[in-house]
Design a protein around this ligand. Structure first.
Ligand SMILES: *Cc1c(COP(=O)(O)O)cnc(C)c1O
Length: 444
């Protein structure tokens, strides 16, 4: 695909990073912004296009993070900008639950069509990923009349009081900010690099844990990320989710795929659960759906979704007209420009470029990924012991050289690579060369 971008798709540094304008803004930020909003790289951005960010000093930086999986179709897509600004000039807000409008209904229709499963589906639109997860919890509890919620080890489901409790690790997402809601349980998952189990063996371990700690018939919903994002691009072994979803069906548990990070074309499919051949009862969508505008959704079986009484779910800004207009443009662009195919191209380019890193670099334990969503797990050479200092060193080197790349993993030891799916093979090659420089230094 040859698109023309308002910014050349090239890395180009004109100052040290961060540059003087960024340094000046950072001083003002430290004096004005709460410390809890931590930052990966204090480089202030001015504009962007495709897979290139341009900072306030004029540096062109390769984006391998997409604002954590949001800018899937590329930055500041002109057609999304046009759709949003036309909508803003027409109707900005009514509150759908006071007087509705068409763009909300159209997004619901579209999500019902692209989520897995050919049964009747309904959708509710909300503002953020965490809010979608919270609503899925409410819906599943109302539908089943049960209370317990199960999430997997290494899960990330958000930062609100309920969802930070469903998120696996205590630091930094949760520490010191309790009390936490009850009836949330973390259960063992399948982590092929670390447990060496088949999908079926890992599923039996999960099920045994549930049977001996919680009780299957106490559980309202079982939440999974089919490919874990913040948890370190953990992809359960084949067969794991199939067995877990059967177990849920056998026991009347609502099976929820949290696709907030991996959904919407990122992994070379509309939804990453498709790679596992499983149809969930409910799906949560957010990050990539509206090109950067705040929008999230819960979509699923109409009978489950409709268990909640009118007025039981919703919110002031949920499914805002501008966000939904942007989402309609995003979804259309994904189909028209075959961006699912583009994510598959990125996957092929990534395997060709980094598939041998575990053989080549002693600090690389494992390389794994799907589509434009890759993880490189860093370990102390000759062991499988997590090596968070190495991850810090790689990210520091990459950022200083104009490549934004993300951290992840419960031990902060997995390099997370999630570029816009429109990134060129040339940019992938250039960015991977920068990362290789850091890996080579660490592997000496
Ligand atoms: C980001 C994320 C969330 C939370 O979304 P927010 O919009 O940040 O509230 C939930 N689940 C997953 C899998 C995520 O990646």
């Amino acid at each position: 695909m040859t698109a023309t971008y308002s910014v050349p798709q090239q890395r180009k540094l004109v100052t040290e990073l961060p540059g003087p304008q960024s340094v000046a803004l950072q001083a003002r930020r430290v004096a004005s912004v709460a410390r809890g909003a931590g930052t990966l790289a204090n480089i202030y951005m001015d504009h962007a296009a495709g897979a290139i960010l341009v900072d306030v000093d004029g540096n062109q930086i390769i984006d391998l993070g997409s604002g954590i999986g949001v800018n899937t179709i590329g930055h500041a897509h002109p057609e999304v900008a046009a759709a949003a600004s036309a909508q803003a000039g027409k109707l900005m807000h009514t509150l759908f639950t006071v007087t509705p409008y068409a763009t909300y209904v159209k997004v619901a229709e579209k999500l019902n069509a692209i989520t897995p499963g050919d049964f009747e589906k309904h959708t509710i639109l909300v503002n953020t990923g965490a809010e979608a997860v919270e609503n899925a919890v409410k819906i599943a509890r109302k539908f089943t009349g049960r209370r317990a919620i199960v999430a997997l080890d290494h899960a990330f489901h958000g930062r609100t009081n309920l969802t930070m409790t469903m998120t696996y690790r205590p630091w930094p997402e949760r520490a010191g900010m309790g009390p936490f809601p009850g009836e949330i349980y973390s259960v063992p998952t399948s982590y092929p690099y670390r447990d060496g189990l088949t999908g079926l063996e890992a599923a039996e371990k999960t099920i045994d844990y549930i049977t001996t700690h919680i009780g299957a018939t106490e559980i309202a919903a079982f939440f999974v990320e089919p490919i874990q994002g913040d948890g370190g691009i953990v992809i359960p072994a084949p067969g794991y989710f199939k067995r877990i979803s059967e177990f849920c069906t056998e026991n009347g548990i609502v099976f929820v795929a949290d696709e907030i990070q991996a959904g919407i074309a990122r992994t070379g499919a509309w939804y990453s659960i498709e790679h596992h051949g499983v149809v969930p009862d409910l799906v949560t969508t957010a990050k990539g759906i509206a090109g950067g505008f705040p929008l999230a959704a819960v979509t699923g079986r109409a009978d489950i979704m409709d268990a909640v009484q009118p007025g039981g779910i919703g919110g002031t800004f949920g499914g805002n007209p501008v966000s939904t207009a942007a989402a309609l443009a995003v979804l259309e662009i994904i189909e028209r420009d075959n961006l699912i195919g583009e994510a598959q191209r990125v996957e092929a380019a990534m395997w060709a470029r980094i598939g041998d890193w575990a053989q080549k670099f002693s600090v690389v334990g494992d390389v794994r990924g799907k589509g434009a969503m890759f993880g490189v797990e860093l370990v102390h050479p000759g062991t499988t012991t997590q090596y968070p200092e190495a991850l810090t060193a790689v990210i520091t080197h990459a950022v200083a050289n104009g490549v934004i790349v993300l951290d992840s993993g419960s031990w902060d030891s997995v390099l997370r690579i999630m570029p816009p799916v429109v990134i060129s093979n040339e940019l992938i090659d250039d960015a991977m060369t920068v990362i290789e420089e850091a890996l080579a230094l660490l592997s000496k």
